[in-house]
Structures are given as C-alpha cells and as structure tokens.
Design a protein around this ligand. Sequence first.
Ligand SMILES: [Zn+2]
Ligand SMILES: [Zn+2]
Length: 254
Amino acid sequence: MVHLTFLGSGDSQGVPRWWCDCEVCTEARTTGANRRVRPAVLLEWTGARVLLDAPPELRERLVAHDVRSLDAVFLTHSHNDHVGGIVDLYDFVRWTGAPLRVRVPFRSHAMLLERYPWLPARMAIDRLDGPVEHAGARFAPFEVPHGANGFAYAYRIEVEGRRMVYMPDSLDVPDALVDEHLVDLDLLVPGTSFWEERAERSLRSVLDVQEALRLTARVRPRRTIFTHLGHGVDRRRALPDGHEFAFDGMVVEP
Ligand SMILES: [Zn+2]
Ligand SMILES: [Zn+2]
C-alpha cells in the first residue's frame, strides 16, 4: 500500500502572507481552509518512508504527524522553501543515531553544500546523476525550467506498480520532457502558485492553474493534485474531474 501525505502545500511564502489582507489570506486566518506551509510530501510504502523536500516548517509538520523515522530524503532543489528545514533534520539524526541519506539531484547538490557545508558531518549527502532505486521504488529526477528562478528538479517515482510525478516548481516544461516523463501516470503533482498569473513572463517562475490544466489535457494522468499554492489560489474553487487542490495533512493512495 502506497501513501502520499502532503506535509505542506503552500508556495514559497506560505498562506496567509503575514502582511496580507486579501480574501484568501483572511480566510486562511479565520476558517483556515487555505492555511498552508511551504511544500513537502511524505511517501510511504511497504517498509519504507521517504521525505520529499525539507521546508522551513518541517519540524513542526513531522511532529504533527508523529513521524519519528525517515529512510531517506529526496530534494527537488536548493531554494529556501524546499530545504530550509534541513537544519532540523541535522538535530533529528543526532537523536535517532540512524544514518540519514539525503539525495540531491545533480546541479542542486553543490548549491545545497554551499549553503550548509556542515551537513555531511552527520548525513550522507548524495549527488543524484540519474535514477536510483530505494527499497524497491525507482526515483528518476529530471531537471525542469523554473522560470526567473533558474532550474529545479522533478521526480518520476515508480513504486508498487504506481507511477507518479512530483514537480512542485516548474514553468514552460519542454514538450520533449513532458513526453518522456509525464506520460502514463497514476498521479501528477504539479506546483501551481497562482490561479492565473498576469505578471510579465520573464518575472514568472511557477505554473499557474490554467497552464497546468492545459498540461494535464495533454498527458492525461489518472489523478492530478495541485500543490505549491500561493495566496492567489483559493482551494475551495471547483476544478475539472480528476483534479484536486492539496491541503496540509492530505493523505492519498496514488
Ligand atoms: Zn518552491
Ligand atoms: Zn523554487
């Protein structure tokens, strides 16, 4: 049985924005359907538990889900919203005493070590140059454009007969990559920071919901869950069949 838990489903600044009084941020402060921290997921299958990304709120989210052990961490890229919580894992391994393998795709590896040069004292920080097996699952990282923010990685994961892609930060993914990695999926998890973003193209960095819907019309995953949601997205809005918004604490069986 495969379980995917959304520990966090927010974009880089979380919702509510602490200075903002827009409708979504106000709702997030009151009824709270849109309250969300920076993005990460926990993937569990028979005998294994793996974390994808380590946002700044990681410690609090692992406590909330009573997670006391992790086999491995896979990072998508070295931006603060995806790695800021790695410093708490440094303490976590000190107390568990168990070795923790952190896997970081190719170009993000040096960036991570530049920011946190002391991590290897307690963790194995592996550079991923291609697909890797972990406890019977296959993790294939692929680099995706991240607009004004440069590049990020996504993972195609195949586990217990399920195929999914976790792609929180991407924009304008070339057709060749789409056709290679996003086909034949049980679950696609793209990041969509905005419902419809009007900023100039050169300033943008993540897909909006409308673009992601065009992407799913092309690749037709069985199920799509949008994450990395900013305050421009009200997750109470309706989506076409087969599409949902993630929320913090959401658990699905891909
Ligand atoms: Zn991000
Ligand atoms: Zn990013």
